[in-house]
Design a binder for this molecule. Sequence first.
Ligand code: ADP
Ligand code: MG
Length: 260
Amino acid sequence: MSKVIICANQKGGVAKTTTTLNLGIGLARLGKKVLLIDNDPQGSLTEALGYQEPDRLETTMAQIMEWVLNEEDFDLEAGILHHEEGVDLMPANIELSGVETSLIGIMSSETVLKDYIALIGAKYDYILIDCSPNLGQLTLNALVAADEVIIPVQAAYLPIKGLEQLLKTISRVKRKMNPKLHIMGILLTMVDYRTNYASEITDVLYSVYGSSIHIFDTSIPMSVRAAETPAMGVSIYKHDAKGKVAAAYEALTEEVANNG
Ligand code: ADP
Ligand code: MG
């Protein structure tokens, strides 16, 4: 059985997409079979993996969700792209936002992604889902489908308030829809070690959440090389193999792979 991990935080720009991509490719580099699912109508993960015009892709997450919703038979390989670095990708584009709107009020609309994963999951060791920056229907679908949540948090300011809302949503989904849902950890991202914020924020995170939520040992440093990477269509391991961000994502990958 595959393990389903999602990167969630309703705040944008906290490195959800970057983490999904580099953790996914990191796991593939350890020999794991990995599927990345782009669950964001912005298609940032799809673009960052080199598919520069997601709107031109014919079969994407939007089409798959419609097929699953309508209980149609379809080719389980449909839409899946094979990236040169050894991961598979289920891409997304703007059409997914139309599907998200159409999900509202429909019965069982929160289990579409889970139902899709039940069909294709056996082929993979890990399925990683990149979420959009809100707590709408698509993120709800991801939470219902997930085993583990990684919460990336940007180290530049105190994130506590936004986190409370996310944690409430996670615990509600766990109670009502997905009892196996578990928070794997909070990941500190874009840490600028030249400032004091990083250690201050780590301290606050530990004092507020340390007893209830794991905080990853690894944190991800800020680097211009990382910011350049999405335009290259490859991972940080390819774009800046010897850099500190590649080393950090490699360490995070080890933590995740050793998580059982
Ligand atoms: P999210 O998916 O949460 O919106 P992204 O992964 O798209 O966040 O990251 C937001 C922006 O920050 C992107 O432009 C990305 O390239 C950049 N970025 C991500 N990680 C780093 C990092 N470690 N150092 C510098 N820039 C980063
Ligand atoms: Mg994103």
